[in-house]
Design a protein around this ligand. Structure first.
Ligand SMILES: *Cc1c(COP(=O)(O)O)cnc(C)c1O
Length: 393
């Protein structure tokens, strides 16, 4: 059961039943409900003026660059790789501590994925490891802002520009974060976002690509919508008539709908509140766990202001399963982020050996993500923290 109630100055949809506490979930206000309802009775359901406004609003918080909204974070990554025009045998370098789609979409575009190891403290792609993985076939370095903490873009940008290859940021976790006061979106050549319900804002399914250069922007826009070329001056077939649109390169249908964009715009209005509440919860967990020497708190890149999507606690690996089960017994559904991507059978069958990235494998073995979402109450945070301490005793 869900009902409406007041919370933090917003009318909030309050969940009143006793479902288990998930690791993440959306926060929906009455304003969100009204924004979607209004969109439903407007002229536009699919990609229209609300998508355009959403793209502008996203640009305002990602460095002022053009943004292309798409149907998921996975679609965003696929569009970014398509913009690079990858050929068979081209390589991209990325971190194994990510969701499968960072690698899967590159492979679908014909690339070979080279995994470089992560920084021990943050779980983000390590610049030196990325540098060591560069070959004449490298076409991009792809960083992930694990848990919402920005990768060290100062270092990564240096490595990428020295090698004259683009830097892509999979910022699915980190919308609203910054490094040296520059927002995520302002660092990499292309930055991808996800609006899956557990992420920092929700549109149901949804994503976006922030493009710092015009060529990538046009290619992402084309790929999002079948590769259709509508501008007469860009068309190859001349004289077909004013109705004519043509395809010069294949694309897909990765469009976001105006219904989703209406929700996204409404959510974005509360982004600062969302991030503040997420930071409060992280601080609250940290305060309890800091004095326990067997625990490691989430790492922060020097100079970064994270936008916490996850609370990734590091525990002794021989105790993680017991802790997970103990939490479950108390109706707390923790999560583990992530199985090193090359451990998935699909990569094992391609011959990727275990042991490739020791830091990544060690981080996986001790990682557990505790519940973190805007509507999580302080009392529930305290209850979860106590269960953790009890289970590790
Ligand atoms: C969520 C996520 C994605 C995929 O986003 P979807 O919107 O679920 O398709 C890609 N990369 C990372 C790191 C993610 O967390």
């Amino acid at each position: 059961m869900a009902q409406l109630g007041r919370h933090q100055g917003h009318t909030q949809v309050i969940v009143t039943d006793s479902r288990p506490t998930p690791y993440g979930r959306q926060s929906i206000s009455q304003e969100d409900v009204e924004a979607v309802a209004q969109q439903l009775v407007s002229d536009w359901l699919t990609t229209g003026p609300s998508v355009e406004s959403f793209e502008q609003d996203l640009g305002d918080v990602t460095g002022g660059h053009p943004v292309v909204a798409v149907s998921s974070g996975t679609a965003a990554l696929h569009c970014a790789y398509a913009a690079l025009s990858l050929n068979e045998g081209d390589e991209i370098i990325t971190s194994p501590i990510t969701f499968i789609s960072t690698a899967a979409t590159a492979i679908k575009e014909g690339a070979r994925v080279i995994f470089a190891d992560v920084d021990e403290l943050t779980g983000n792609l390590d610049a030196q490891s990325a540098q060591d993985a560069i070959s004449p076939r490298t076409r991009a370095i792809v960083a992930i802002d694990f848990a919402g903490n920005p990768a060290d873009y100062r270092e990564l940008q240096k490595v990428a520009s020295d090698a004259r290859i683009p830097l892509i940021a999979d910022a699915s976790h980190s919308l609203g974060a910054s490094l040296d006061s520059r927002p995520v979106g302002d660092w990499a050549d292309m930055t991808t976002l996800s609006f899956f319900p557990t992420k920092n804002i929700a549109t149901g399914e949804g994503g976006a690509v922030v493009c710092k250069n015009r060529e990538y922007l046009e290619r992402v826009q084309g790929f999002r919508s079948h590769g259709l070329v509508r501008l007469p001056e860009k068309q190859e077939l001349k004289g077909e008539g004013p109705w004519h649109q043509e395809v010069q390169e294949f694309g897909l249908n990765y469009r976001l709908t105006d219904i989703q964009a209406a929700l996204g715009r409404s959510q974005l209005e509360r982004l600062q509140h969302f991030l503040q509440r997420r930071q409060e919860i992280v601080d609250r967990y940290n305060a309890v766990f800091a004095s326990n020497p067997s625990l490691r708190l989430p790492g922060v890149t020097p100079g970064a202001k994270p936008a916490w999507h996850l609370y990734p606690l590091r525990v002794p690996s021989d105790k993680r399963l017991r802790l997970y089960e103990e939490l479950r017994k108390h109706s707390v559904l923790a999560q583990v982020n992530y199985l090193p991507v090359y451990w998935h059978p699909v990569f094992q069958k391609m011959g990727y050996p275990r042991g490739l990235c020791p830091n990544a494998e060690a981080s996986y073995k001790g990682e557990i993500s505790l519940p973190l979402y805007v509507d999580l109450k302080d009392g529930e945070v305290d209850r979860i923290a106590q269960i953790v301490l009890e289970a590790l005793r």
